[in-house]
Design a protein around this ligand. Structure first.
Ligand SMILES: Nc1nc2c(ncn2[C@@H]2O[C@H](COP(=O)(O)OP(=O)(O)OP(=O)(O)O)[C@@H](O)[C@H]2O)c(=O)[nH]1
Ligand SMILES: [Mg+2]
Ligand SMILES: [Zn+2]
Length: 342
């Protein structure tokens, strides 16, 4: 059997040093309901977590480097980045969308449905992850002149590179592909139907991912991609395709400072350190709102995301207490069963 070169997937000596001897290294390339596909030097294996790690809800995501033992995942190596959101639904569980990612491509389509406000939330998530955000505006062929929409995105994505592409005409695709150098991992995230899988297929040169067949099927909420998958591109570069996200719930809003540097800089210039930007004299934020330098909507989203941040912190505290309690219960139970064995 020909050996698969793990280096092409980003395996490094630093990672190798962190792996216990005896375990087989591999990268998680697809996540299914209860199973994972892991690429090892000897090929692609379908695997899962052993019962104990499943019980401890070990977090495994596409892009993770894992150590396999007797065919099962025994360990997840430390991540250099992780894109995390609050799982969909009424839970307060976290969900890792992708791990060990260098570039987070926030994908949205040009046209009447473009929603710049939605991008801010994605930016907070990517900044927090440790990956670098870039914005990909797709379906450029559908608009005569994207300049106005691009400007609207620039206003919410201060200092973030923006790509305007069309998978139909090829516009901007080579420049975007050039971002995916060998060893670089990018993830595509965004709403359903914006053209993530279409781009992946174009870069892969084959129909790697299923895409919506006709425009008539282009129905919001009807997700075509149903699982996350890491794809190795010919010529190097790795890209993770993900299912469309309906609403991105923040998990940890630590990235808010980077996503809102314009507002944070203004707030830092207020006369009082603890300025609430309401009626205080010398408030730089209010002055910028009045002069129009800062758009009211931008300020409002900043406040809204900060409120979410506080709610998240409260939830995280409660969760920590629950986890502590659970660990304590597990230890107590282990202690009891050991006592019985003696
Ligand atoms: N006009 C035009 N249509 C495009 C372009 N890119 C993708 N599409 C169409 O948009 C539809 C959705 O594309 P997909 O690639 O399946 O979208 P997706 O983001 O992967 O969607 P999910 O997997 O549901 O998240 C398909 O019908 C594509 O043919 C483009 O550049 N121009
Ligand atoms: Mg898709
Ligand atoms: Zn102020």
């Amino acid at each position: 059997m020909s050996e698969f070169d793990l280096g092409a997937l980003g395996w490094t000596t630093e990672l190798a040093e962190q792996l216990e001897p005896g375990l087989v290294p591999g990268r998680v390339v697809a996540a299914h309901r209860a199973a994972y596909d892991v690429q090892t030097a000897d090929g692609n294996v379908r695997t899962r977590l052993p019962g104990r790690l499943l019980h401890e809800s070990l977090d495994v995501a596409v892009g993770d480097w894992v150590g396999l033992g007797e065919g099962l995942i025994r360990v997840v190596l430390p991540r250099r980045s992780a894109i995390v959101r609050q799982a969909a639904g009424r839970t307060s569980e976290k969900q890792t969308l992708a791990a060990n990612v260098d570039l987070g491509f926030i994908v949205t389509s040009l046209g009447p449905e473009l929603e710049p406000r939605r991008i801010e939330r994605y930016l907070v998530t990517i900044w927090e992850s440790g990956a670098m955000p870039e914005i990909v505006l797709t379906k450029a062929d559908r608009v005569d002149d994207p300049a106005e929409q691009v400007a609207a995105i620039e206003a919410v994505a201060v200092g973030v590179p923006i790509h305007v592409v069309s998978a139909l005409t090829g516009q901007g695709c080579d420049a975007l592909r050039a971002r995916l150098q060998p060893g670089v991992t990018a993830v595509l995230i965004g709403s359903s139907g914006v053209g993530k899988s279409t781009l992946v297929n174009r870069f892969a040169g084959t129909e790697r991912m299923a895409v919506k067949k006709t425009r008539a099927d282009d129905d919001e909420g009807q997700h075509t991609t149903s699982h996350r998958e890491l794809i190795e591109l010919p010529g190097g570069g790795l890209v993770i395709d993900t299912p469309g996200i309906r609403e991105l719930q923040l998990w940890d809003a630590g990235g808010i400072d980077e996503a809102f540097t314009d507002v944070e800089d203004l707030a830092a210039a207020c006369r009082f350190n603890d300025c609430s930007h309401s009626t205080e004299p010398g408030c730089a934020v209010n002055a910028a709102l009045e002069s129009g330098e800062l758009a009211q909507e931008r300020y409002d989203s900043w406040r809204k995301l900060q409120r979410e941040l506080r709610a998240i912190a409260v939830r995280a505290d409660a969760r920590l207490r629950r986890e502590e309690k659970r660990k304590w219960q597990l230890r107590a139970r282990d202690g009891r069963s050991r006592a019985r064995r003696i």
